[in-house]
Design a protein around this ligand. Structure first.
Ligand code: HEC
Length: 437
C-alpha cells in the first residue's frame, strides 16, 4: 500500500520501514510491527476527533479491539478502499489497500495473544496534518479560489444525512485547473464523511445542468492534481452543486460549511498540445429499472467516443443496494473485452475515486465501448439495505438507485493516442490480434 499520509512534511518518516529484517521476531508484537501498520494505515482516521469510532494510537487503545481488527483487515473492510486486487489495473495513486504481508502480520499477532512487546521499540509517533488546513498548501500555496457549501446545522447525534446545496462559483472566465482539494471545517471534521461537488452551467434554455464533476472527498483523501498535459476547465458563470454526507459524531456544529479549493494553471499556461480532461458520470443512460423486494439485479451501461481517450480515474456510484461494479473495454477491431477495474465488495458508505498511475491509465481507441456493469442486492443479505421489502427504482434519493461511474476522461486525437502508445511500447489494437477458435 502506498501511504495514506503523503504530505511533504512527514512522508519521509512514514516511509522508513520500522525495523530492519534482523530485528523482526518470529512472533510479531505491537511495539515491533503492529504499531507501524496502525500508523501508516489506520491512525489518520482512528485518532481522537476523527471519523474512526475508536482511536488506535497506543497499545492500550488497540488491545480491546484486536478481534475486530483481525476481522476487518481479513475481510478488507478496513482500511476502507474497495477495489479488487486480482483483476484489472493495479497501479493506483493513493491506494489505501493493505499489503498482504501486513494483514498476515496482524493475524499472526492476534492469534499469538496480541502481545505488547518492548515499548522501547515503538516507532516515533506521526505528526498528522493540522485539521482544517489545506494539505496542498505546502506545495502550491493557498488556493486561487475557494467555494463553500451553504451553511448546514450538523446535530450532535442522529442518522446519516445528505446536504445538496447549489452555490455560485463567481468564476468569470474559463480557466484550466491545476489542482483541487476539498476541506471539511475544523469543527465538523469528524462528521464529514464525504463531500462531492460538481459544476453546473446554463443550457440553451437557461436551465442549470451538469457540466462536469469538480471534486470528490472521502475522509482521509488528499487533494487531486490534474495530470500533466491535460486541462480540466473551471467554467465561467457556473454554479457548484454539493453532495455532502454528514454522520453526526457527538459534536453539534451550527452553520457548517465545506470548502473546495481550486488552484489554476498560471495565466500564461501554454495550451498547445494540451488535451481537455473532464470528469463525468458514465453508465446507464436514460434507462430505468426496478429491483423487486428481496431481489437482485444487474445493469449495464455502454459508452463510446468518436475519438481516442485516456481514462484517468474511476469511481463507481451506486446507492444502498449497489454491491459491485466493473468497468470493461470492448475493442471491436480485435474482439477483445477486458476488465480494467472492478470493485466486488463496493460499499455506499465510502466513495473513492481510483486514480490510475501515470502510464497505467487505459488508452481507449476511437469506437471502442466502455461497459459499466453494476450489481444490486435488495435482500436482507446486504447489510446496508434499509428495507428489503421495498421495490427500488432509479432516482436521486439515497433510497433510490443509480448506475454510473464518475470517470476522468482526457480527450485525445489520433496523434496523441499514437504517441502515448509508443511511450508505453504498445501497439494500436488491430485485427491480427483477434483470437481464432
Ligand atoms: C478513512 C478512514 C479510516 C481508515 C483509514 C481506517 N478506518 Fe477503521 N473505521 C473507520 C470508520 C468511519 C469506522 C466506522 C464504521 C464505518 O463507517 O464503516 C471504522 C471502523 C473500524 C472498525 C470497527 C468495525 C466493526 O465491526 O465495528 C475496526 C476494527 C477498524 N475500523 C479497524 C481499522 C484498521 C485496523 C485500520 C487500518 C488497517 C482502519 N480501520 C483504517 C474509518 C477508517
Amino acid at each position: 500500500m502506498k501511504k495514506i499520509i503523503v504530505t511533504g512534511l512527514f512522508s519521509g518518516m512514514a516511509l522508513v520501514p520500522a525495523l530492519a529484517g534482523a530485528q523482526i521476531s518470529e512472533d510479531p508484537t505491537y511495539s515491533n510491527e503492529v504499531a507501524r501498520i496502525m500508523q501508516d494505515n489506520c491512525q489518520i482516521c482512528h485518532q481522537e476527533g476523527n471519523i474512526g469510532p475508536m482511536p488506535f494510537t497506543s497499545y492500550d487503545e488497540v488491545r480491546p479491539y484486536v478481534g475486530l481488527i483481525r476481522e476487518a483487515v481479513i475481510s478488507r473492510e478496513m482500511p476502507p478502499y474497495h477495489y479488487d486486487r486480482d483483476i484489472g489495473i493495479q497501479e493506483l495513486k493513493e491506494d489505501w489497500r493493505l499489503d498482504q504481508e501486513d494483514i498476515d502480520t496482524i493475524v499472526a499477532w492476534v492469534d499469538a495473544g496480541a502481545l505488547e512487546g518492548n515499548s522501547a521499540n515503538l516507532p516515533e509517533p506521526i505528526q498528522y496534518p493540522e485539521i482544517g488546513e489545506w494539505r496542498l498548501e505546502s506545495d502550491l500555496g493557498l488556493p486561487d479560489l475557494v467555494i463553500q457549501s451553504a451553511p448546514w446545522d450538523v446535530p450532535a447525534n442522529g442518522q446519516d444525512m445528505w446536504w445538496n446545496p447549489l452555490v455560485t462559483t463567481g468564476i468569470t472566465e474559463d480557466r484550466c485547473i491545476k489542482a483541487i482539494e476539498t476541506l471539511p471545517s475544523r469543527a465538523a471534521h469528524g462528521s464529514t464523511h464525504h463531500a462531492n461537488s460538481q459544476f453546473e452551467t446554463r443550457n440553451e434554455d437557461g436551465e442549470w445542468e451538469t457540466y462536469g464533476r469538480l471534486s470528490e472527498f472521502a475522509f482521509g483523501k488528499l487533494g487531486e492534481m490534474v495530470p500533466e498535459g491535460a486541462c480540466r476547465t473551471a467554467p465561467a458563470d457556473s454554479m457548484v452543486r454539493w453532495s455532502i454526507h454528514y454522520y453526526p459524531d457527538g459534536t453539534a456544529v451550527a452553520d457548517d460549511q465545506v470548502s473546495v479549493g481550486i488552484w489554476y494553471q498560471d495565466e500564461d499556461f501554454d495550451e498547445t498540445g494540451v488535451y481537455r480532461q473532464d470528469l463525468r458520470g458514465y453508465g446507464l443512460q436514460g434507462g430505468d429499472f426496478d429491483i423487486p423486494p428481496h431481489g437482485k439485479l444487474m445493469t449495464q451501461g455502454f459508452h463510446s467516443f468518436d475519438h481516442p481517450v485516456r481514462l484517468d480515474s474511476w469511481q463507481p456510484h451506486l446507492h444502498l443496494r449497489g454491491v459491485a461494479m466493473t468497468m470493461e473495454i470492448f475493442t471491436p477491431i480485435n474482439g477483445r473485452r477486458e476488465v480494467v477495474s472492478q470493485a466486488s465488495n463496493w460499499n455506499a458508505g465510502w466513495n473513492h475515486s481510483h486514480i490510475y498511475d501515470e502510464g497505467a491509465q487505459p488508452l481507449v481507441p476511437a469506437g471502442a465501448t466502455i461497459i459499466l456493469t453494476a450489481w444490486y442486492d435488495n435482500s436482507a443479505d446486504n447489510p446496508l439495505n434499509p428495507d428489503p421489502d421495498q421495490w427500488v427504482g432509479m432516482g436521486q434519493r439515497t433510497t433510490d438507485e443509480m448506475s454510473h461511474a464518475w470517470i476522468a476522461v482526457t480527450h485525445l486525437d489520433e496523434e496523441g493516442y499514437e504517441r502515448m502508445l509508443a511511450e508505453r511500447g504498445e501497439e494500436r489494437p488491430n485485427a491480427a490480434q483477434r483470437r481464432r477458435f
